[in-house]
Structures are given as C-alpha cells and as structure tokens.
Design a protein around this ligand. Structure first.
Ligand SMILES: CC(C)(COP(=O)(O)OP(=O)(O)OC[C@H]1O[C@@H](n2cnc3c(N)ncnc32)[C@H](O)[C@@H]1OP(=O)(O)O)[C@@H](O)C(=O)NCCC(=O)NCCS
Length: 162
C-alpha cells in the first residue's frame, strides 16, 4: 500500500471511489434518497476539482489501484475519508489517517476535527476521537445526521495494512 499526494489525473478515480463507497458502504446507515443526494450517480467533476482545490489530499494505492483517500485542511479538519468497498476493513483508512495526522503534527497542528457520518463515527472513535456535537444538515431538502468529532494526532490506534 503506497500513500502519495493526490495528482490531477486521480480526479475521476477519486470521485468514482467516493460514489462507490457511499452507495455500498454507507448504504447500511442511509436511505436511497440520502445516498443519491450525497453521491449522485453522475458526479460533477468540476465541482469536485474546486472542492479539492482548498484541501490537501492523500491517496492510498495498491498495485496501481486506488484504495482510498483523505482530504484535510491546514487547520486539521478532515473533510473526506473514503475507502473503496473492495478494500474495506483492511486498515486503509487507518493508514491514510496516520499519514495525514503526521503531516499536520509536523506543522504544529495536533488537534484534529471532522464531521463524521453514521458510518464513519466508529472509525474515528477507534482513532481516539470524541463526539462533541450532533447536527442535522440539509442538502437539496434531504436531511442527514452527522457528528462533530475531535481528536488529537498521536492518539491513533496502530492498524497496519496486511
Ligand atoms: C469509514 C471508512 C473510511 C473506514 O475505512 P476502512 O479502511 O474500512 O477503516 P479501517 O480498516 O482502517 O478501520 C480501522 C478500525 O476502525 C473501526 N471501524 C471502521 N469501520 C467500522 C464500521 N463500519 N463499524 C465499526 N467499526 C469500524 C474498526 O475498529 C476497525 O478495525 P477492525 O477492522 O480491526 O475492527 C469507510 O468505511 C468508508 O469509506 N465509509 C463510507 C463513507 C463514509 O462514511 N466516509 C466518511 C465520511 S465522514
């Protein structure tokens, strides 16, 4: 498993991974209407290009196949963390999280935050994050529950990709 910075040519692969991950992994916690709003089947690549332009993104790949990605701000807010369904529960998100938190810690940022989905909350809890608030956000008239969580770099569990 190789962790490297996102490159422009990864855009379509990242968006496809995001769409698959939401529809397959997060489908256990959300309704079809919520999934379709969160991850439209025909994603807007230009909107994604602009979303990713304001954050740092690292990708995990295995033999040239994209396994996951993490995006975070310079202030330590994790915007996106997604694992491809075929790589689920094999330590990919843990590796990505560790790489991001190490990069942030090297710049003096040790407090990390995220707005976790129902599906991601156990992962962040595993990494030592605590829920600091619960929100209901509305997108295109569809409501989503999510959790504001915070943690610190160095508190993460060790979980190596095998
Ligand atoms: C959340 C997500 C990124 C986790 O990715 P992953 O690569 O499978 O996570 P890891 O293998 O590193 O998991 C490490 C540990 O976190 C915990 N964990 C991860 N997913 C979990 C789940 N669905 N339920 C319970 N615990 C979970 C477990 O303790 C796991 O260790 P274990 O597999 O030995 O039990 C992935 O499930 C995903 O992409 N989900 C859908 C999209 C989503 O909601 N993304 C986050 C948006 S905020």
């Amino acid at each position: 498993m190789n962790i490297r910075p996102f490159a422009d040519q990864d855009l379509a692969d990242i968006v496809a991974l995001f769409t698959d991950s939401v529809h397959q992994i997060a489908s256990q916690s959300y309704t079809p209407e919520q999934l379709a709003t969160w991850a439209p089947r025909s994603p807007d690549l230009e909107q994604w290009r602009s979303r990713l332009s304001g954050v740092k993104t690292l990708v995990a790949e295995s033999r040239g196949v994209l396994a996951g990605f993490i995006s975070f701000t310079s202030a330590g807010h994790i915007e996106f963390l997604f694992t491809a369904p075929s790589f689920s529960r094999r330590g990919v998100a843990s590796l990505l999280y560790k790489a991001a938190s190490q990069r942030l810690a090297a710049r003096g940022v040790t407090k990390l935050t995220t707005d976790a989905s129902l599906e991601a909350r156990p992962f962040f809890k595993y990494q030592g994050f605590k829920v600091v608030g619960e929100q209901t956000v509305e997108r295109e008239g569809v409501k989503f529950r999510r959790f504001s969580m915070s943690g610190s770099s160095g508190a993460e569990n060790r979980h190596s990709y095998d």
